[in-house]
Design a protein around this ligand. Structure first.
Ligand code: F6P
Length: 376
């Protein structure tokens, strides 16, 4: 787009970064609507995170109330996203065909100055907020908005997208229960949750799983077998197991492989359900076992009402912070308030499931086996 250099209004650039998540569009809509009330602000969206800003020609679009009208019910993000590269590690192909990561952050800041951008709002997870913090340290007026279906950021009680992912997983689990029962099978459902088991634990309780395995509690096959035996002795001939993609056995590591995509730094988690299935067979379970991997289904679709509301709260709060010049801060939810916290407090601080958490106590209280040694 061509930006008028003689700008009439203050400009705020918004970007969505990292893996997508239901509710991103609701944040954008709320932010734009609130900004528009002030009249003196113009909102721009950088396409595919900060890539749009860095590209030549620049790929950004004006976000006005007309553009964002009705998008709160839509999954994904109308301005796109990426979880590869970024201004500090921009992938560049060398003459020999290999790739290297180049720091283009100075260039990005210059570009913002050139375009007359007065504030930047970066909506994203932990990785994106690390970028926000580094840009802020270099002088860019940045505000962060947290996002992840995994709900594993310590700075905020909840992130939008999580409840939708739990609902999606629970709907799937409900379906797996009926087919498991018809066939006298064990059905294993693998859900997202790289480092934290919030999705698995929540949907296991909501859907009534027999076993729930999460990254925070390495599992013992013996414990699961004991739980199955107890169940079979009570006459039940089927079971459902929820396993986080990041779950691991007591003496093992997470299941997956190093990715080969350029600029993608995450270890690709894959195979937790398949491994568990093999382990159960090897331990002598004589029922048929099948695995379902939910994968990115959990990141898609229309956000549930809770996530639309939280996302709207985050969007409105983010604009208030822009208006008040609270740069270097991130929006957060601390029940019952929507607050701002320093980005330094937010990045790198994960919220893991603790054994003492009420959700774990609840799971144990309704006889969900968590796979650990201390199961009673
Ligand atoms: O961080 C959210 C998450 O959903 C993780 O649970 C998962 O491991 C990851 O994203 C997968 O991301 P992608 O396949 O898009 O790189």
């Amino acid at each position: 787009m061509q930006l008028n250099f003689e700008k009439m209004k203050k400009r705020v650039l918004v970007a969505t970064g990292g893996g997508d998540c239901p509710g991103l569009n609701a944040v954008l809509r709320a932010f734009v609507k609130r900004a528009h009330q002030e009249r003196e602000w113009e909102v721009l969206g950088s396409i595919q995170s900060f890539n749009g800003l860095m590209e030549e020609p620049t790929n950004i679009r004006v976000l006005d109330p007309k553009v964002v009208s009705g998008i709160h019910v839509r999954g994904g993000t109308i301005i796109g996203t990426t979880n590869k590269g970024g201004p500090f590690a921009w992938p560049v192909k060398k003459a020999d065909g290999t790739w290297e990561a180049v720091d283009r952050s100075d260039e990005m800041i210059r570009k913002c100055q050139l375009l007359g951008i007065d504030a930047v709002v970066n909506i994203g997870g932990d990785g994106s907020q690390r970028i926000s913090q580094k840009l802020f340290e270099k002088g860019l007026p940045v505000i962060g908005v947290p996002k992840t279906i995994d709900n594993d950021l310590a700075a905020t009680d909840y992130t939008f997208g999580f409840q939708t992912a739990v609902q999606t997983a629970t709907d799937a689990l409900d379906k797996l229960v009926t087919t498991a029962e018809s066939h006298n099978r064990i059905l294993i459902m693998e859900v997202m949750g790289r480092d934290a088991g919030w999705i698995a634990l929540s949907c296991a309780i909501a859907g009534g799983a027999e076993v729930c395995l999460i990254p925070e509690i390495p599992y013992s096959i013996d414990s699961i077998i004991r739980c199955m035996d107890d169940r079979f002795q009570r006459g039940k001939r089927f079971a459902v197991i929820v396993v986080s993609e990041g779950a691991k056995p007591l003496d093992g590591a997470v299941s997956g492989y190093a990715g080969t995509e350029v600029g993608y730094e995450n270890f690709r988690l894959a195979g937790a359900a398949a491994r568990l299935s093999s382990e159960l067979k090897a331990a002598g379970i004589d029922l048929d076992i099948r695995e379902t991997v939910l994968g990115h289904v959990q990141r898609g679709g229309s956000p549930v009402a809770y996530d639309r509301i939280l996302a709207s709260q985050f969007g409105v709060k983010a604009f208030e912070m822009v208006k008040n010049g609270e740069f270097g801060y991130m929006v957060a939810y601390r029940q019952p308030d929507i607050i701002s916290v320093p980005l330094t407090e937010a990045v790198g601080h994960m919220k893991f499931v603790q054994n003492t958490d009420n959700l774990v106590q609840t799971a144990r209280g309704i006889n969900i086996c968590m796979g650990d040694f201390f199961e009673v």
